[in-house]
Design a protein around this ligand. Sequence first.
Ligand SMILES: *[C@@H]1O[C@H](CO)[C@@H](O)[C@H](O)[C@H]1NC(C)=O
Ligand SMILES: *[C@@H]1O[C@H](CO)[C@@H](O)[C@H](O)[C@H]1NC(C)=O
Ligand SMILES: *[C@@H]1O[C@H](CO)[C@@H](O)[C@H](O)[C@H]1NC(C)=O
Ligand SMILES: *[C@@H]1O[C@H](CO)[C@@H](O)[C@H](O)[C@H]1NC(C)=O
Ligand SMILES: *[C@@H]1O[C@H](CO)[C@@H](O)[C@H](O)[C@H]1NC(C)=O
Ligand SMILES: *[C@@H]1O[C@H](CO)[C@@H](O)[C@H](O)[C@H]1NC(C)=O
Ligand SMILES: *[C@@H]1O[C@H](CO)[C@@H](O)[C@H](O)[C@H]1NC(C)=O
Ligand SMILES: *[C@@H]1O[C@H](CO)[C@@H](O)[C@H](O)[C@H]1NC(C)=O
Length: 427
Amino acid sequence: MMFEMNSCFAQVVGVMCIVLLLGSVAECREVDGTLENLEYPAISCRKHSASLTDFGGVGDGKTSNTKAFQYAIGNLSNYGSDGGSLLVVPPGKWLTGSFNLTSHFTLFLHRDAIILASQDESEWPELDVLPSYGRGRDAPDGRFSSLIFGTNLTDVVVTGYNGTIDGQGSYCDIIIQGLTIVAPIDSPNTDGIDPDSCTNTRIEDCSIVTGDDCIAVKSGWDEYGIKFGMPSQHIVINRLTCSSPDSAMIALGSEMSGGIQDVRAENLTAIDTESAVRIKTAVGRGGYVKDIFVKGMNLINMKYVFWITGSYGSHPDNDFDPKALPDISGINYKDVTADYCNYTAKLEGIPNDPFKGICISNVSIASSDKKKLQWNCTDVEGVTSHVSPVPCELLPQKEEKKFDCPFPDEKLPIESVMLKTCSLTSA
Ligand SMILES: *[C@@H]1O[C@H](CO)[C@@H](O)[C@H](O)[C@H]1NC(C)=O
Ligand SMILES: *[C@@H]1O[C@H](CO)[C@@H](O)[C@H](O)[C@H]1NC(C)=O
Ligand SMILES: *[C@@H]1O[C@H](CO)[C@@H](O)[C@H](O)[C@H]1NC(C)=O
Ligand SMILES: *[C@@H]1O[C@H](CO)[C@@H](O)[C@H](O)[C@H]1NC(C)=O
Ligand SMILES: *[C@@H]1O[C@H](CO)[C@@H](O)[C@H](O)[C@H]1NC(C)=O
Ligand SMILES: *[C@@H]1O[C@H](CO)[C@@H](O)[C@H](O)[C@H]1NC(C)=O
Ligand SMILES: *[C@@H]1O[C@H](CO)[C@@H](O)[C@H](O)[C@H]1NC(C)=O
Ligand SMILES: *[C@@H]1O[C@H](CO)[C@@H](O)[C@H](O)[C@H]1NC(C)=O
């Protein structure tokens, strides 16, 4: 799944996200797929609405609805400058290949609506590579289209009453439920699960179970990302629950060559996850990861609590610049409790390019067995306070009783964007 908004590429890669806006949604009357008395949250209410069945959609789990989605959204795209539009996916199983969204648009999954990703590869067109990547990750000269896709979008919401987006395994190996993506009208960028070269992004109340990073913040790959030069910045992640046994709850990188700055993550829970908030970078990637603030993590059954990797290879081609060193600084973690963990920390900077300003405070970690927990640190500089077990020598403990790693007090504009409840009465 991928949403692209101007130069921001917010993509969901084999991942599902439940943005629980349901709390703010007034209960609607049980309706059988009609638009009667439907209430839904949005940045702006939509003037026009239609149901997928108006465009020949068949929710039998067998008929392809790719064309129906394309016709429906193509038709509704005419209303972008006339109050916007909403497409209801009624109860049923709606098999479909990739389709594109449009701006000023709400995709509403009704209760018991299931979007099933088609397993027919011809329904997944290959797209041109992203300019900031230079080549595809799936194929050298292209990349697969995502299930729900769009380019240069503004003001898009995907929401519903407990609808399901089911990738059907072989493309994404997970179930996507009630995904909501909010693209604020005052910014060209928006919420996503892989915010890639995004500014002002808010991801909240997501529950993610995946084989890869629950959230990965990215900004382009090596020389292509450096040249494109579009950072990911001002990203807020609140109340995330993640389980990813082989990957991170939140990865910063490994494609970070356009820079990642000002990420604020608060109240995170990870269960059975390899690592929590991990930086992945390497020589040749250039760019930076700075001003990262993490506060409040509850971690259970982790391989690593803290993991920073300066030798994350994987280059697009051999033209990367071996002198392009990443600048990693101002990485703050506080208020962490972790239990059943195998390793406390593996913090690995780059020789002659130390990762600076690492701050870790108020952390308590218990091991998965009675073994002594290890801190492994190389080429890092920083401080710690009230951290147990005792950190490595490169991160000496501050003596001051009150020492606390920073977390910004002032809110970002994206944090105050509110959704309102809109009503539609009959079709
Ligand atoms: C598509 O939109 C046009 C107006 O632009 C409308 O007249 C037409 O009925 C729509 N088609 C369907 C199938 O709803
Ligand atoms: C979706 O948009 C992309 C460009 O952003 C385009 O290449 C692709 O053909 C579109 N797909 C459909 C089904 O319209
Ligand atoms: C997206 O917008 C950019 C800049 O406005 C433009 O160059 C590009 O062609 C647009 N892409 C698509 C697929 O419309
Ligand atoms: C969605 O499902 C959850 C869990 O099954 C339930 O608690 C909640 O009430 C449901 N919400 C709606 C709007 O149906
Ligand atoms: C995080 O949790 C604390 C304690 O429950 C709460 O006071 C705070 O408002 C929460 N912050 C966010 C952003 O959810
Ligand atoms: C911790 O180590 C044990 C023993 O090696 C292993 O079975 C377990 O999977 C590890 N836990 C995690 C979360 O990696
Ligand atoms: C330390 O972190 C815990 C959560 O792990 C939190 O409940 C507590 O308030 C924090 N203590 C201070 C002094 O901030
Ligand atoms: C930590 O360092 C020790 C000693 O160098 C090494 O034996 C161990 O394998 C390292 N642990 C990890 C998780 O890298």
